[in-house]
Design a protein around this ligand. Structure first.
Ligand SMILES: Nc1ccn([C@H]2C[C@H](O)[C@@H](COP(=O)(O)O)O2)c(=O)n1
Ligand SMILES: [Zn+2]
Length: 208
């Protein structure tokens, strides 16, 4: 005990020749749960190959555990180099793309999504609303409702109201949230002759 107190009171750590004053209280600028889960949905959307709209969804249980993530993309086996990405015409992406919400539900890593919450960038369409209701998700937190005038969105809301699925728009405190890979230890990482990450990394193939 004495040693810990001594350390805290001294509040100085020795780093080679430098003396760095270390904080002893917790950070106050950490992100909230809502920011964390919505940002996770937005990060997932970065994997989408859709050239116009990238959507991500993140499902969370009551212990704040992430239990499913998804983004809009072609179904497994349907090459995103061969299937169409155009918005209009006979051969349109809309015939094929799996929506982020559907993928997040299918990607779940628990047996049952009963009473879970979905964070999603865009208000769910009517087809995804059906999936959401049937999966037992009880709350949808969305960022944009830009298609609110469309019959698909109106149908979603009608079904959510009937099925008692709560939905509300998340208004972020900050317009952007930056992920800076350099903030942890970039200088030292660059000095490592052969990066240990290379040996540990998974094959980064670019399938759906
Ligand atoms: N809630 C939503 C709405 C749309 N998507 C997907 C489906 C398409 O890939 C894209 C929309 O394309 P757009 O009509 O804007 O060119 O976003 C989704 O995953 N979830
Ligand atoms: Zn949908």
């Amino acid at each position: 005990m004495g040693e810990i107190n001594d350390f805290q009171e001294t509040n100085i750590s020795q780093n080679c020749d430098e003396q760095v004053v270390q904080p002893t209280t917790k950070r106050s600028d950490y992100i909230s749960w809502h920011e964390y889960f919505m940002a996770t949905a937005f990060l997932a959307a970065k994997r989408s190959k859709d050239p116009i709209t990238q959507v991500g969804a993140c499902i969370v249980d009551h212990d704040h555990k992430i239990v499913g993530i998804g983004y809009n993309g072609m179904p497994i086996g349907c090459s995103d180099d061969e299937f169409p990405w155009s918005k209009d015409g006979k051969e349109t992406k809309h015939l094929y793309v799996c929506h982020a919400e559907m993928n997040a539900i299918i990607n779940k890593n628990i047996v049952d999504l009963k009473d879970c919450i979905m964070y999603v960038a865009l208000f769910p369409c009517n087809e995804c609303a059906k999936f959401i209701i049937q999966s037992g998700i009880k709350e949808v937190v969305y960022m944009s409702d830009k298609h609110s005038h469309k019959c698909t969105t109106i149908a979603s809301k009608k079904m959510f109201n009937a099925a008692d699925v709560k939905y509300w728009q998340y208004i972020p405190k900050n317009k952007s949230l930056v992920i800076d890979f350099t903030e942890i230890d970039w200088n030292n990482m660059q000095q490592v002759p052969s990066s240990p990450f290379k040996e540990l990394s998974l094959q980064d193939s670019d399938t759906n």
